[in-house]
Design a binder for this molecule. Structure first.
Ligand code: SAM
Length: 195
C-alpha cells in the first residue's frame, strides 16, 4: 500500500463534512463522536491505523461492515479498487452515500442490511474491514475472505475488544493476531451481542 498517499488523503479529508451540524465544531478532536441512532464516527487516528493494518492495494476488492458516517469508507475507496460497504441503519447509509457521492467516488457499492454475514454475491474479498464489535469471528466473513486476504475486526464484549488482524494464506490457513485493545459500538446480528 502507498502509505504516503493514505496520509495525504487522510490529512486532506474534512471530518466535519461527515458530521451533523451540531457536532461539526468537535470535528478536530481525536475522539469518537455521535452520528445519531446511538452510533459513532470512530477516532480519526484509529481509522488511519486500521486502514494501515488492513493495507489495501489499489486493485483490492474491499468489504466494509458498518458504513456509519462514511469517513472510513472514503479512505478505503481512495486506496483500493472497489469497496462494498454495508450499514444496517438506512438513515445513516443515506447520509453516508450522499457525502461519498459529493466526493465523486464511483467505486463504492452500498447495501443496507446485516453485514455480519457478509455480502456473498460479490465474494471473495481481498480485504474486509469491520468497524463494530463482534462476539466471535463471523464464519461467513472468514469464508468470504480471499486467499492472501486480510481482515481487521474488533472482537470482544461491548466494554472492550481486541482488534484482530486475520490473514488468510493461499491454502486457506488463518493466522490471527491481536493488535491492541479498542472500544467499538456493538455489531448487531448473529455474531453480535444483541440482535
Ligand atoms: N467506520 C464508521 C465511520 O467512519 O463513521 C463508524 C462505524 S460505527 C463505529 C459502527 C457502525 O456499524 C454503525 O453505523 C452501526 O450501525 C453499524 N453496524 C452495527 N452492526 C451492523 C451489522 N450487523 N451490519 C451492518 N452494520 C452494522
Amino acid at each position: 500500500m502507498d502509505y504516503q498517499k493514505l496520509e495525504r488523503f487522510f490529512r486532506s479529508l474534512d471530518r466535519a463534512f461527515f458530521l451533523d451540524n451540531e457536532m461539526k465544531r468537535y470535528a478536530c478532536l481525536d475522539e469518537p463522536l455521535p452520528i445519531g441512532f446511538g452510533q459513532t464516527i470512530s477516532q480519526p487516528s484509529l481509522v488511519l491505523e486500521m486502514t494501515r493494518i488492513l493495507s489495501p492495494e489499489k486493485d483490492s476488492k474491499v468489504l466494509e461492515i458498518g458504513t456509519g458516517s462514511g469517513f472510513q469508507t472514503a479512505l478505503l475507496a481512495k486506496m483500493s479498487g472497489e469497496v462494498y460497504t454495508i450499514e444496517r441503519i438506512p438513515e445513516l447509509m443515506e447520509k453516508a452515500k450522499t457525502r461519498l457521492e459529493k466526493l465523486n467516488f464511483s467505486n463504492i457499492h452500498y447495501k443496507v442490511g446485516d453485514g455480519s454475514i457478509g455480502w456473498q454475491e460479490n465474494a471473495p474479498y481481498d480485504r474486509i474491514m469491520v468497524t463494530a464489535a463482534a462476539s466471535v469471528l463471523p464464519d461467513e466473513l472468514v469464508s468470504q475472505l480471499a486467499g492472501g486476504g486480510r481482515m481487521v475486526i474488533p472482537v470482544g464484549p461491548p466494554e472492550l475488544q481486541e482488534l484482530k488482524l486475520v490473514v488468510k494464506n493461499e491454502e486457506g490457513k488463518l493466522d490471527i493476531s491481536s493488535i491492541e485493545l479498542v472500544r467499538f459500538v456493538e455489531l448487531k446480528g448473529p455474531y453480535g451481542w444483541t440482535k
